[in-house]
Design a binder for this molecule. Structure first.
Ligand SMILES: Cc1cc2nc3c(=O)[nH]c(=O)nc-3n(C[C@H](O)[C@H](O)[C@H](O)COP(=O)(O)OP(=O)(O)OC[C@H]3O[C@@H](n4cnc5c(N)ncnc54)[C@H](O)[C@@H]3O)c2cc1C
Length: 427
């Protein structure tokens, strides 16, 4: 049953233009919704997850399909070391289920509230030199394709590396199978005041000093404000705290990434070990903001360009900082998924949490992208970017293969939308 409700994204900065929202309760109903449309402007449909993107990526001139009422399934296969979930499952729900049974995922994003299918579709990532983005855990997926039929893809399928980070262009992903590993504990420590000179001279040593490292900066001054370090620890064993980090001191109190904000909703710090899913995200699962007073952008640059790209952004601090809440620098391992922002080599993520001043942020983004242009910066698919008039194929060696895959799978353009036509499929 379709409704004509007005949907906004999590941030509240985007109102969907789709004419209807379908909330099927079974996979068969998803198939019926998709089969009922046949291309053309009105006959379009796109999947929607938890609406945490900051722009029109998920939107369509036709109808949206949400899996929020689909019967939730989490099927753990301890022998195969996989878990199969319905697409709308949130990472937080999945993480608690796995941990209770002694299993874990390799990493999580900063927020546990996002859907698995939506996060995988945009190459959502956490941080960690040897930790690739969340989509790399996918070993199989099942999607409702343009004619309403179900298609299953596994790693053995030649289309698989193009179909995982799909931006919703290939259909509605109703089930995903992810690799799992035995559960583990993580200890989180925060250091403050890392001098920029020391950070840049020892960047690899800083980011490899724990399993997951995030640098929080505002691009001004002589020092990185905070370094969050998350280290895997063997449950029951004592974790040795790091007293010094290239000139940065351990914080004696729990901190929020934003100075002066109560850290009550942040995951535990001070080196106290806890379950992986209660340390890898920066924010607790139980803290569920219904919307956020912020905008986000992020650019992923090859590791070898990290110091140059950071220098370019520091050079723009007089324009960036007045619009900024905080920036986060993270690392992401390499993968081979065609539209992944880490395709072909490890990346450093340069993230901006902006004040909600959209027009001013949008006016600044072309300058940031000019400054980052020499460093092959790929914009995060789910966040705000400008990409003024450029073909992103210059940054994605397999973009033409992706376009061919979309043309083969969806010749009628059922899953097209304005974002895809502007940035990916071009017209
Ligand atoms: C507060 C906040 C924190 C964030 N933290 C991080 C972070 O740490 N790291 C990071 O990389 N990103 C982060 N993001 C970005 C976020 O992870 C991505 O935008 C992600 O895509 C959101 O998932 P979603 O379910 O909300 O997707 P939506 O915004 O609903 O949709 C995103 C895309 O996925 C597609 N999609 C959704 N469901 C399906 C489906 N069932 N089948 C096929 N396609 C589907 C949509 O069509 C669309 O193209 C953050 C965002 C917010 C708001």
């Amino acid at each position: 049953m379709a409704t004509t409700e007005t949907l906004r994204n999590w941030s509240g900065n985007y109102t969907f233009r789709a004419s209807a929202v379908h909330r099927p309760e079974t996979v068969e109903q998803v198939q019926e919704v998709v089969a009922a449309v046949r291309g053309g402007e009105a006959g379009r449909v796109r999947a929607i997850g938890t609406r945490h993107c900051f722009q029109d990526l998920a939107d369509t001139t036709g109808a949206l399909v949400s899996l929020s009422r689909l019967e939730p399934t989490i099927e753990l296969d301890e022998v195969a070391r996989t878990v199969t979930v319905s697409g709308g499952t949130r990472y937080g729900t999945l993480a608690e289920h796995l941990h209770a049974r002694g299993w874990a995922l390799h990493n999580l994003a900063s927020l546990p509230h996002i859907s698995v299918a939506g996060a995988v579709a945009t190459a959502t990532h956490g941080s960690g030199d040897s930790s690739a983005n969340l989509a790399t855990a996918v070993v199989g997926l099942e999607l409702v394709t343009a004619d309403g039929s179900l298609r299953t893809l596994t790693r053995a399928d030649p289309d698989f590396p193009g179909a995982v980070v799909s931006l919703g262009a290939l259909g509605v992903v109703v089930r995903l199978t992810l690799e799992v590993e035995p559960t583990y504990d993580v200890a989180q420590e925060v250091h403050t005041g890392l001098p920029w000179d020391a950070a840049l001279a020892n960047l690899d040593a800083v980011t490899s000093s724990a399993d997951s490292v995030s640098l929080f900066v505002d691009w001004t001054g002589d020092a990185v404000q905070q370094v969050w370090r998350k280290t895997r620890v063997v449950p029951g064993e004592r974790h040795e705290l790091r007293t010094e980090l290239f000139g940065a001191a351990p914080s004696p109190v729990k901190l929020h990434p934003l100075p002066g904000i109560d850290p009550v909703n942040c995951t535990d710090q001070l080196g106290v070990p806890g379950p992986w899913h209660d340390r890898l995200p920066h924010f607790r699962l139980r803290y569920t903001p219904s919307n956020g007073d912020e905008l986000q952008s992020e650019y992923l640059v090859p590791r070898e360009h990290a110091v140059g790209a950071i220098g370019a952004l520091r050079g723009l601090s007089d324009r960036i900082t007045p619009l900024l809440q905080v920036s986060e620098i993270r690392t992401i391992g390499a993968d081979d998924l065609w539209l992944s922002t880490a395709y072909g080599g490890p990346r450093i993520g340069l993230h901006f949490t902006w004040l909600q001043r959209q027009a001013e942020v949008e006016a600044l983004l072309p300058a940031i992208e000019e400054a980052l242009a020499p460093f092959e910066a790929r914009p995060h698919w789910g966040k705000i970017f400008a990409n003024t008039g450029r073909d992103l194929a210059r940054l994605y060696p397999r973009m033409e293969d992706f376009r061919a895959l979309v043309a083969r799978s969806d010749p009628g353009g059922v899953f097209r939308g304005p974002f895809l036509e502007r940035h990916v499929l071009l017209g």
